[in-house]
Structures are given as C-alpha cells and as structure tokens.
Design a protein around this ligand. Structure first.
Ligand SMILES: Nc1ncnc2c1ncn2[C@@H]1O[C@H](COP(=O)(O)OP(=O)(O)OP(=O)(O)O)[C@@H](O)[C@H]1O
Ligand SMILES: [Mg+2]
Length: 973
C-alpha cells in the first residue's frame, strides 16, 4: 500500500546529518525510540530510500520474544551484506575467509568446523562482524538498520554494544529502533541503551506525534478525500497523533462506527474478511507467532490448503493491507495487528495450529531461516502442550544456539531441558544423550556466558553422576572444564587439573593428553612451581606437536617462555612467546592466545625493567583485545597487569584510566581483583589511604589467603600491609607481612617477594622507632627484621629491578647507605621509586646539608610532578624539620646543628608538642587533659591546631607522622 509520508522533516534531517558525519568522521549510531505505531520503522525506511544510491543499506529485525533464537537481526543483516558484496569478496575481507567465525551464521562463506569452539568462538565471530562491516564501508558507505531492539535476544544486545563501542573508520551508520514504551524498569535493553547513550557517537531520536493538521493530511491520503474538520479533530484526539491509530481510525470510520478498544480498532479490517480468509490469517498469526516473515510453503503446510485455495483466501487480506506479500512469503502489516489476530483465535484452535506448525517444522526445517527451526519448533510444541516433542526440539535448539555462539540462549534452553528431565519417560532415548551430556554442555555454555559460579555447580553435578573410572575421557574433559570455571572465580583449582591428568588412560592419544597437560602447566607457572610447570609444558608441547593441536602448542610455548622470562633469560623467553603468538596467528583460531601472549611479553619486559617496551606491548595487545571483543575478558587481565609499567614510568593518569576502564567493564572476579590491587597502589601514593584500603579489601575478598598464584597474592599483601601502615595499625601490618611470607616456594617468586621485603623493612623501622619505651616490642621488631634479612640473603636477584629492590631493602634495614638504590632506580627510569630513595637518602644521618637539600629538592619535584601527595608531604616536613629549602637552588650555608626540639621546627608550640607526644602515645583527649591539668575541651583545641599545622586529617595520622619523623625519640646514641 503506497501511502504519502506526512511530517518528519526534522527527524529526516537528524538522520541525514548523522549519515553525513558517519561518512566524514567515523561511525555514528542513531537510536530511534517511541511508542508502537508512532512511525519509527516508516521514518527509517523513508530515510533509507533517500540515501544516495551508492550507499548500501542492510536490515535485520529482532523477533518477538519467546522463541529463544539468537542474533536474528545480525544474521539477517550480515546475510544481506554478504549477498550484496558477493561471498567471495566478503570472504576476502575476513581473516581465514570467515571460516572460523561468520561461516557459523552464513554457510555461503564455507564450511565451519563441526565443533564450534565454545571458549573462543564468539570472540572470533564478533571480530568477523566488525571486520566485515568496516571493510564493506571502506568501499561504499553502509547503513545497518536494526529493527525492534526491545525484542533483541541477549546475544544480539551484547553484539550491538560491542559494535557501537568498537566500530572505527568512516562510512558506517547504525540505526536501531525500539519501543520505548515497552521498556519497563527491569527490561534488559535499558542498561544497554543507557550505556550506549553515554557515547558521543550515539544520538537518540524520538519521532513526535502528528499534529492535528498532519493527522488531517494522513486521513485524507488514506480515504482519498478530505473529511470534515470535526472528524479529523476526533481522530487526532483519539489517536493522540499516533499514525498507526490514525490509519486504523480512518479505516474504521470509513466502514461506519468507531470501535472503542484498540484491538477491535486494529481488527476492523480483519472482521469484514470472508470466513476462509480469516481462518488463514488465524493460521498465519500462529505460524509466525515469533515474528518475522512467513513462507508461503509454511502457511500451506499449516492450513493444509493447496496453492490455489490458499492464494484465494489470502488475496482479500493483501488487498486490504492486512498482510504484505513479498518474496514468496507474507508479513502482517504491523506486529500489533498480528497479535490482535492471534488473540482472536480460540484456545483449542490455537493449540491445534501450534501442533501443526511444530510438525511442519519438524518435517522441514527449511520453512524458516537458518538456525531458527529447532527453537521455533520447540516453542510451537510447548504452546501445543506436547511435552516430549518440545523436549527433543529444545535439545536441538540448544545445539543450534551453540553453533552460532549464542551461549546465553544455549544455557537458558539447556536449563529448561534439565528442568523437564524428570517429567519425560526415557529422556535419554528421546535425546540420544544422557543427563551428564546435558549438564556438560550447560557448564560449557556458562564459561562463555560469563556465569562461572553456575557452571561450577553444573559441572560438579555431572562429575558426581559420572563413573569416572569407567569413563575417564568424559571425566578428564569435565574436570578441565570445572577447573577453568573455578579459575574464573579466583580459585587455582589445581586439584581438578591434577585429577584430570591422573585419570588420563595409559597410552591416551596426544590429542587427549595435550589440553589438560598444557592447562596444568600454565596454572603451575602461575602458582610458582616452575620445575613441575616446565616439565609438564614440555610434555604438552610434544603432545601438541604430535596431534597438530595449535592451541596446545601455543599454550605450552607461552608457559615455557614465561618461565624463561621469570628465570632471567629474557631473550629465550621473548622468542618462545613470539613463536606461540605466531602459531596462534597462523591457526587463526582466535585472538585469545594473542592477547595472552601480549600479557606474557609485557610481563617479561616489565620484570626486567624495560617498562617503555612493556607499555608498547600492552597498548598493541589492548588493541587486539578490543577488536576481538575480548575487552571484558583477557583484555581486562592485560589492562590490569599492563598498568604496572605505566605506573612505574610515572604515567599515572594513563595507568588510572586503564584500571578504571577495566573496572567499569565488570570483568571476571580475578581480573577485577588484579585491577583493584594496582589501583590501590596508585591511590595510596596519591594520598587516599581510605580508597586504597577499599580497593585492597575488595581484592582480598576475591583472592583471600588461599594459596593462590603468588604473582597475584604477594602484591595484594604488600598493598594491604602498606594500607595498614598508613592507618598507623602497625600490628595489623606485621600480621599481614608474616602471613604473606609464610609458605613454600618464595625463592621461585623473588620478583614479587623483593617489594614485600622492602615494605617489611620499612615497617620494622617504624616499629623500632616507636618502641623506645617498650623493650618487648623492640625485640619483636628486631626479630622480624632479622627474619627478613635472612630471607633476603637467600633470595635470588634476577635482573636490574630486583637488584634495585635489594639495594633499597638493605638501605631501609640500615645495612648500607641509599646511594646504590638511588643510582639503580635512576638507571631504571622509575621516578617514584627514585623519589623515595632520594627522600630517604636526604634523611640519612651525616649527610651534608647542601647535599640533603639537593636530594630533597629533586625528590620533591618528582613527587610533585607525579602527584605523589603522601611522599611530597613527608619531604616537605623533612625539609622544614631540617631547615632545608626546597625552593632555592643554593641553601643557606652551614645551618645550625640539628635542633634539640624538632617539633618546634614544625611550628608547634611547646604545649602543642606536649599534646602531640601524648597523641602519639594513643591517649584520648580526656587522658591528655588529665595528664596536663587542662580541660578536655582545651586538649581538643590543641589537637585540632596540631592537625592543621601538620596538615594531616586525623590524630592517627598525626601519631604516625610523629613516629615517622622520630620526633620523640631519645637523641641518637
Ligand atoms: N509520517 C508518516 N506518514 C504517513 N504514514 C505514517 C507515518 N508514520 C507512520 N506511518 C504509518 O503508520 C503505521 C505505523 O508506523 P510504523 O510501523 O513505522 O510504526 P513503528 O513506530 O515502527 O511501530 P512499532 O513499534 O510497532 O514497530 C504504518 O502503517 C506507517 O506507514
Ligand atoms: Mg516498527
């Protein structure tokens, strides 16, 4: 039905402007929202028709909820795009011709592997979609229209967000429509839209209701004459300017009488059809219950009519504009109309029709587009109340969802299969699979759907039901799967991997042995068991070579390369990591190993102090992760660790942005914890001990005290220890230190132990400084320091970073001066560490004041540049105490010998000094008042003045500062 377009000039201009910008400056997304029938689809169609002819327009519709099939709009849009480009050109744009990604959707791109990769497949697919869209747009501008996003399946929502955030390059316009009135508080599209709307490349557009004049124009066009003003006003009032209702009211009015209810209004045209036509429309509304078009053959099969009879029955409906006919099929003019017709079918007839539709699809899955048959069939059987048929179809629907990497849907369907299990007689016979198979598949789906905790439960249930002795192969797979799921939750899960390896039957083929061995080897590396890790990685590598499994080879090489790097053989390590990346790239499997390789490479470089190079590797690895849709996953891990070289280089803003970016993505718990630890160090250095403490607590809640990979655990404890020191809770700090250093394998992780030793030495120094009056406490601190010295004596020193740490440790422990540490950090180019060392060097007894001032000045200028507030304040206080000028390049010559009362140099009065001494002893205002014979209020006033003069926020901090500056120590000697 050709009809005029009324209004919409402004809306079309917005779309045209977005298109122009997309062509010039890169991708733009327009989201068109509004109530049903307001004219979103029409607006977008009119806009598309006005685009220059060289622009490609592809479109995909979301299907009405309930069917359980995934990616419907994207599959349709990509199919249209590939058709337009030609399969060969499309394949040419994609890595590996799209065989491992997009071919799962579009068989014209080649035969996808039978076994879709449950772990990496989705990333590959997303990367293909991105690459294809960007590649096509380079050639000619491309508009992708996604209709009815309020019905989008979870996978489509995810892919939409991925595309909007990751598209780059000019020439792509995304247009999405959605019914804003359908989005209640808990609608899952809401958070997605909110996230998208924050992007500067996204615009929102809401077509306005028609004015009374516009309604008049529409009615006139519809009826072929201009009705009286009163009639138009009445239609405008009742329709509230909604074109769909305007049309229906105009039609109904033309037929006499104006129905009250919306449904009756929509059905007005339907009601006057001949009986036979109404029956066919009933059947059509049931057969297309989940939206989309309806093939003529499908309708014929459900109605049982031959072609002639069917065409006769349909013609009046097409003539009246109720059904649109195109390309061998039909669609209802509007979804609301389809719904109204569906509701008009009597319940008993509805069940019968659903049953016929289910049977038709079972006999011929090609009646609906690829991948949808099983899910639609299941939905029809369900609606018909046919339990067993539905059960079987659901199992097949889960397999289709898996084949297109729609893991959230796959999981949802499998959960239904599991729930229905007990109500089916002989379920194994119906499915040709047992319950353990279903549980296994569901647990596997959890891994990709980001539902690790649920996955652990499912895998555990499967393992409990399995006779592991009799079926070791299945047990090995399930154990490895469960360990991967547990690992996501921050649990090393070595026991599962060891059990899997132990179960490997003698003479198991290389293809079976490789995976559990390589996974265990890698996990053992993280757990700092290098010898066992190396042996198993070598075995895995051999198995991988024998079976030709690229992933096993890549993993084994990554582990071996990381081990080399940790042992100080950087060249060998980097070579192996590069080889692993090369294997992964050649296999074209997915970007996951590439991102992990970047992580390993950056880590090896950073460990040897080559921070600039490490930062570059991180940046390019992040780009790989972003393109492959791995930002939330491996990309988050890379960013969390990748912040370290940036922070050491003094690029704190970049480090903070990277870490906050990771946390905003809501990554898996372990990666979140890693990011929090590094953010904690940053916050602490910036002087926000409270926020640092929160970050440490959050990370601790995930990692806890469990014997987890030391590379993760030791930095966390270092942070917690320092937070406790900043809070002046030295006992707690010591407890954390003691626990962290307790346990085997420390010498294997010297890299992470050295920083902790340094923190420990500093802690012992503070404890000693304030235990002058407490011989017991002093002894405790000395004993701890002796323990640390002993450990330091045994610990390997691998590379220049560890050398610098050892020099700092020795200086902090009072065993040597700070010169060596200053030199070492300076050579490494790590400004914060250098500033610390300079500050401590300035405090050294016996340093001539000219030199001390110079050191202070350099330290202060670095600290100021970094924004290291805590350190800067300490430096300023030191300068004030020792009368060193931080401003003048030439300090006043020969200052007096150290003043007897350093507190006075801080500007404290004699009385305030006395009060501070008591504060440092942990006395309350009342106790201070009693001791000094003043009122508690006066004591409080003194304390406030002291806090202000010392520029600290609390009495605890004041006490800590007094101790750190050794204000109340008896004179040395
Ligand atoms: N500006 C317009 N001029 C003339 N007819 C219009 C206009 N806007 C919409 N219509 C007509 O109103 C009907 C409903 O419009 P449309 O299908 O675009 O609504 P929609 O907002 O996409 O609804 P839904 O949310 O259900 O998808 C269609 O028949 C359409 O042709
Ligand atoms: Mg629409």
């Amino acid at each position: 039905m050709a009809s005029v377009l009324v209004a919409r000039t402004a809306e079309l201009a917005v779309l045209a402007d977005a298109y122009a910008r997309a062509c010039e400056a890169g991708p733009v997304t327009v989201l068109v929202g509004g109530e049903a029938g307001i004219g979103k689809s029409r607006l977008v169609a009119e806009f598309a028709a006005r685009l220059p002819s060289r622009t490609r327009v592809v479109r995909g519709d979301c299907l009405e909820a309930g069917g359980g099939f995934a990616y419907a709009p994207f599959i349709a849009a990509m199919r249209a795009l590939v058709r337009d480009l030609g399969a060969e050109r499309a394949a040419g744009l994609l890595p590996g011709g799209g065989r491992l990604g997009l071919a799962h959707w579009l068989p014209v791109l080649g035969v996808a592997p039978d076994e879709p990769d449950p772990v990496y497949g989705r990333a590959r697919l997303y990367e293909d979609v991105l690459t294809l869209v960007e590649g096509a747009a380079l050639e000619r501008p491309l508009a992708v229209v996604l209709e009815d996003l309020h019905w989008a399946d979870p996978s489509s929502r995810e892919l939409l967000a991925f595309l909007v955030h990751n598209l780059s390059g000019p020439g792509v316009l995304l247009v999405g429509t959605y019914r804003s009135t359908d989005l209640d508080e808990r609608h899952p599209l809401r958070p997605v839209l909110a996230g998208l709307a924050r992007s500067p490349r996204v615009r929102l557009l809401e077509p306005a209701p028609l004015t009374c004049d516009e309604v008049g124009g529409l009615v006139a066009a519809r009826l072929g004459y201009r009705p009286e003003r009163g009639v138009v006003e009445e239609i405008a009032r009742r329709s509230e300017g909604n074109p769909l209702f305007v049309e229906a009211l105009a039609d109904a009015g033309a037929q006499g009488g104006t129905p009250r209810r919306l449904r009756d209004l929509l059905l007005a045209g339907f009601r006057v059809l001949p009986d036979g036509s109404r029956g066919v429309l009933h059947a059509a509304s049931v057969a297309s219950a989940w939206g989309g078009g309806l093939a003529h053959r499908f309708l014929a099969s459900v109605t049982g009519l031959d072609d002639l009879a069917l065409e006769d029955a349909i013609r009046p409906a097409v003539d009246r504009g109720l059904l649109l006919a195109d390309g061998g099929g039909y669609t209802f003019r509007h979804a609301l109309l389809r719904q109204a017709v569906y509701e008009d079918v009597l319940p008993s007839a509805r069940a019968r029709l659903h049953k016929r539709a289910g049977a038709a699809l079972q006999a011929d899955p090609d009646l609906v587009p690829d991948g949808r048959a099983a899910a639609e069939e299941a939905a029809h059987w369900c609606a018909a109340g046919e339990k067993e048929q539905a059960f079987d179809a659901l199992w097949r629907a889960a397999a289709s969802a898996r084949a297109v990497h729609a893991h959230p849907e796959q999981l949802r369907i499998l959960e239904r299969v599991l729930r229905q299990w007990d109500g089916i007689t002989e379920p194994e016979r119906v499915l040709g699979a047992d319950r353990i198979d279903v549980l296994h598949r569901a647990a596997e789906a959890c891994l990709s759907a980001g539902e690790a905790a649920r996955g652990v439960d499912l895998a555990s249930e499967a393992l409990a039901a399995l006779d592991q002795e009799r079926d070791p192969r299945r047990a090995v797979l399930l154990l490895e799967l469960r360990s991967m799921l547990r690992h996501r939750l921050g649990d090393p899960a070595l026991d599962d991997l060891r059990a899997a390896v132990a179960l490997l039957p003698d003479g198991a083929p290389a293809a079976v042995r490789g995976r559990p061995l390589s996974t265990l080897a890698n996990r053992l590396f993280l757990m700092s068991s290098p010898d066992e890790s190396r042996a198993l990685a070598a075995e895995a590598l051999a198995a991988g070579r024998e079976s030709g499994d690229a992933r096993v080879r890549a993993w084994a090489l990554l582990t071996l390369g990381s081990l080399d790097g940790a042992a100080g053989d950087l060249d060998a390590g980097l070579a192996r990591i590069a080889e692993a990346a090369e294997i992964a790239r050649a296999a074209g499997e997915s970007a996951v190993p590439l991102v992990i390789a970047a992580m390993a490479e950056a880590d090896a470089l950073h460990g040897m102090g080559l921070d600039e190079r490490a930062a570059e590797v991180v940046a390019s690895g992040m780009e790989t992760a972003r393109r492959a849709g791995l930002d939330r996953d491996q990309g988050a891990g890379l960013a969390a660790k990748g912040a370290e070289p940036l922070w050491e280089l003094g690029r704190w803003d970049e480090a903070a942005a990277l870490l906050r970016g990771v946390l905003a993505l809501d990554p898996p718990p372990l990666f979140r914890a890693l990011a929090q630890v590094n953010l904690g160090f940053l916050l602490l250095a910036q002087g926000d001990a409270a926020a640092a403490g929160e970050a440490a607590d959050a990370a601790y809640a995930v990692m806890g005290d469990r014997y987890w990979g030391k590379a993760f655990r030791l930095p966390l404890h270092d942070l917690r220890c320092r937070v406790a020191m900043a809070r002046d809770d030295l006992a707690a700090a010591d407890g954390i230190l003691a626990r962290a250093l307790d346990g085997p394998g420390l010498s294997e992780t010297s890299r992470f132990v050295w920083p902790l030793l340094l923190t420990g030495a500093r802690l012992c120094g503070e404890r000693l400084a304030r235990s002058a009056a407490d011989p017991g406490a002093a002894r405790g601190a000395r004993e701890r320091l002796a323990e640390l010295r002993d450990l330091a004596g045994r610990l390997p020193v691998i590379g220049p970073v560890q050398h610098a740490y050892r020099a700092s440790f020795r200086a902090e422990a009072g065993d040597q001066g700070w010169d060596e540490a200053v030199r070492a950090w300076r050579e490494l180019g790590r400004p914060y560490r250098l500033a610390w060392a300079l500050f401590r060097a300035a405090e050294e007894p016996g340093v001539p004041s000219v030199e001390a001032a110079e050191r202070c000045r350099e330290a202060a200028s670095i600290a100021a540049r970094l924004g290291a507030k805590l350190l800067l304040r300490d430096i300023e206080l030191l300068a004030a105490r020792a009368r060193l000028s931080l401003d003048e390049p030439v300090p006043e010559p020969a200052p007096e010998p150290a003043a007897p009362d350093p507190a006075r140099r801080l500007g404290l009065t004699r009385r305030e000094t006395e009060v501070l001494r008591l504060v440092a002893d942990g006395r309350s205002n009342r106790q201070i008042a009693e001791a000094l014979f003043i009122s508690a209020r006066t004591a409080g006033v003194h304390v406030s003045n002291i806090l202000a003069k010392l520029r600290v926020a609390s009495r605890t901090e004041a006490a800590a500062l007094a101790h750190r500056l050794r204000l109340f120590e008896p004179p040395a000697g």
